[in-house]
Write a protein that binds this ligand. Structure first.
Ligand code: NAP
Length: 490
């Protein structure tokens, strides 16, 4: 057994919002996988909490269905044992009824690690934390997990963090960004700091630019109401994409200790050059999808799904970000994300500089810059694009080909879901892959003025047809710098 499969200490995990989409589709299947691998001691308890009037048996039936829907082959005895750990409490976060019994139930296992996972709307975070505090459930062995979004701007994020902070110490607070639990993101740490090869090249002398794309084919669907209050910048850029920027751009931390890593990420966030009313028109592009096609089918536009044509919410954003420090001066980070794009893909593409001089006959073929592509989804893996000689006779013909390491093929295993790793990190008390409060603040400090600039401009997002890569202005954003988006490169 490898160290990564060591069992955790026994724990009680309470999932507030235990009947919700995230819990059912992601958290409970993730826990099942870790249970199958022997990492969750049998005395641990997993308790779903929501208002719905279920009993233990009713919730267990839901969890069984959820696991069976998500895991292709389950072993009956193992699934039964897992289901045996599950319980349910009907509670309304906003009402006092039932909390005393709940606290007594949690108190039955005083030695267990306690994890309170707030998989609910953030409007409930404050109520839930205050009640947990009032029943003394915030002791040193307790931790609280906060799902995104933490606020919709700096002020609302601070209000949540202040209220949670009155009950739980920062060291007990785990702000989850599931992108950080992805294998490829952790592999970025391994690639950068576990190989002598990359670090000397990882700077503006050798890197031309970085692109980060998080593309979805789906529209907003039944989440239109939620999404319309958020938009692509709040939903994807302020959290996930900025965290990826941090992992690419941070200085080598002195160790992998949580604060060493997070201190370096924070410096990146604080070094982002401001985008505000003076330059938002130059550095940002907003889009909103109209009816088109996705995966060969006709799909409605954003207004149709929202039931209103009065929205200025962006479903696509492309940005040119810059990091004002010695390592990255002059290296643009082109970031884009959107819904109803042609493919579902999340990837980081690091493009190295052109060769200073070519010794090859132009007829040998074009000399392309080296590229490192880190793909986070759908199939996690790393490709390093190199120029080689095409094998065989016929003169020296150059080819640009990837050294390709698809993790599923290379290691012959299904990659664990990010939540599997992150939930166990919470139980182990390791916050390295979670956002510290000052990171959230720094991210909002950068994103807030962009939102304000858009608001002040009075402009509407540019329309794009569903199934395309956003408005043409997003192409112009990068092409006026003499570069192109890299969707065909991997
Ligand atoms: P959801 O499907 O709407 O579930 C919400 C859950 O909260 C339900 O279990 C609901 O059950 C419970 N709830 C609502 N009001 C409550 C109250 N007053 N007291 C106690 N429980 C209450 O939402 P979700 O999609 O699971 O998302 C949960 C959170 O995770 C959101 O903040 C979301 O932004 C975030 N998130 C979701 C995803 C995802 O893939 N779904 C991904 C990332 C982040 P009752 O109505 O029975 O109370």
């Amino acid at each position: 057994m490898t160290a990564s499969l060591l069992p955790t200490e026994p724990f009680d995990l309470v999932i507030f919002g235990g009947t919700g989409d995230l819990a059912v589709r992601k958290l409970l299947p993730a826990l099942y996988h870790r249970f199958v691998d022997g990492q969750i001691p049998a005395s641990s308890r997993i308790v779903g909490v929501a208002r719905e009037g279920l009993d233990d048996a009713g919730y267990r039936a839901q969890v069984r269905d959820a696991v069976e829907a998500s895991v292709p082959q389950t072993v009956a005895a193992t699934l039964d044992a897992f289901i045996g750990m599950i319980g349910y409490r009907s509670l309304d976060a906003r009402k006092a009824d039932g909390w005393e019994e709940f606290a007594a139930m949690v108190g039955e296992q005083p030695d267990h690690i306690r994890v309170f996972y707030l998989s609910t709307s953030p409007e409930l975070f404050v109520d839930i934390c205050e009640r947990l505090g009032s029943f003394g459930l915030n002791g040193p062995r307790s931790r609280v997990v906060l799902e995104k979004p933490i606020g919709r701007d700096l002020a609302s994020a601070n209000a949540i963090n202040d209220a949670v902070g009155r009950v739980f110490d920062e060291s007990q607070t785990y702000r989850i960004d599931h992108y950080l639990g992805k294998e490829t993101v952790q592999n970025l740490l391994a690639l950068r700091f576990g190989n002598a090869l990359f670090e000397p090249l990882w700077n503006s002398s050798h890197i031309d630019h970085v692109q980060i794309t998080v593309a979805e084919t789906v529209g907003v669907g039944h989440r239109a109401g939620y999404y319309d209050r958020a938009g692509a910048l709040r939903d994807m850029v302020q959290n996930h994409i900025l965290q990826l920027v941090c992992m690419v751009a941070m200085e080598p931390p002195s160790s992998l200790s949580p604060d060493a890593v997070r201190d370096e990420k924070l410096k990146v966030l604080r070094s982002l050059r401001p985008i505000n009313s003076s330059n938002a028109g130059q550095f940002t592009v907003r889009g909103q999808y109209r009816a088109g096609a996705a995966e060969g089918q006709g799909v409605p536009g954003y207004f149709d799904e929202l039931g209103s044509d009065q929205s200025k919410t962006e479903t696509f954003v492309a940005l040119k970000a810059e990091i004002g420090n010695w390592r990255w001066a002059g290296v643009p980070f082109y970031l884009r994300t959107g819904k109803r794009l042609p493919t579902r893909v999340s990837e980081i593409v690091v493009t190295f500089r052109q060769l200073p001089h070519s010794i090859f006959d132009p007829a040998s073929g074009p000399l392309m810059p080296n590229r490192l592509t880190l793909r986070l989804q759908p199939d996690e893996g790393v490709k390093l694009w190199l120029t080689i000689k095409h094998p065989g006779p016929g003169g020296l013909r150059l080819r640009h080909v990837p050294l390709d390491m698809s993790f599923a093929t290379a290691f012959g295993v299904q990659q664990p879901d990010a939540y599997e790793r992150l939930i166990l990190d919470v139980v182990r008390g390791n916050p390295t892959l979670f956002m510290r409060r000052d990171e959230v603040e720094a991210a909002w400090n950068w994103a807030g003025p962009i939102l304000e600039a858009w608001e002040a401009s009075g402009e509407t997002p540019k329309p794009y047809t569903a199934g395309t890569w956003g408005p043409s202005a997003a192409v112009a954003l990068i092409e006026r710098d003499g570069r192109t988006w890299a969707e065909d490169a991997s």
